[in-house]
Design a binder for this molecule. Sequence first.
Ligand code: URA
Length: 316
Amino acid sequence: MDPAKRASVGVRSDNRLEEQVKDWLRYGEDLGLGPYYRDRAPLHAIAEATAAPLESQSAAASSNMPVAAAMAAAAPGRAPGAPINVAPSSASQKAASAAAMKTPPAAPASTILPAATSPSLFEAMERIAGDTLQRIREDIGDCTRCKLHKARTNIVFGVGNPKAELVFVGEGPGRDEDLKGEPFVGRAGKLLTQMIEAMGLRREDVYIANVVKCRPPENRLPEKDEISTCSPFLMRQLDVIKPKVICCLGSCSSQTLLQTTQGISKFRGEWFDFRGAKLIATYHPAYLLRNPPAKSEVWKDLQKVMAYLGLQPKKR
Ligand code: URA
């Protein structure tokens, strides 16, 4: 091929790759995953990082299909809309699950999160002697500390077993939660309840809380100032409950507790030490409602939690 033609083909494929990456990012935004991609590498760096997997995608990926859809199509054994896989379905899965029961959680790879240059907000935060959930609720009071108070109906403090071994942490209340004053009672909440039951637990066995206690308008993501104002109350709740495992649902809670801007897909399913507890992040149930194939990934993460806590999956 003459060099001029080769150069023009090269430019076209660069453009196509850039378009694919932009599609991918837009798809992430549509799914509410915006912050995963914000404040990070410039587009050309993302394009470089993703070039190999994109190019190694099958024919589906090389068609005009959006990249994320092509990736889902390429994922083996995942049918869009498939129900959550609540029990190990094959002998090998059962064996893997049994092996996981015996294997202590692997230490997180040290390269996953950027090294902190100073003690994080939360590491530096001292435990309050004699603190209780009731006192935390009283301290929150009829809160007006941030702008979220203006449109809220109810403060959504948290619900569940105050001595739970497992705490789920979401992002912030939605409309149903705001009206009821209880976390995870809407569609995503029903899915969370199914996930908890699939783990052989009842909703009342665990504790469920959010990073922010008031509903962000139009279900937008909580903003930095809202998170920094409200999350110390979550920290106090975690300190009082002293769970063995904290399961962060989605990017907001995991990025807040781990103090990182990394995308959740980089560290989901990994174990972290967090103020005496083990912390694991998985995808948010609201994301699963839009992207059912990701349920199998979440189930893998929940199986790790079950192995650590010695739980057996619910019998069908
Ligand atoms: N999403 C959350 O993150 N929390 C809730 O309580 C409900 C939906």
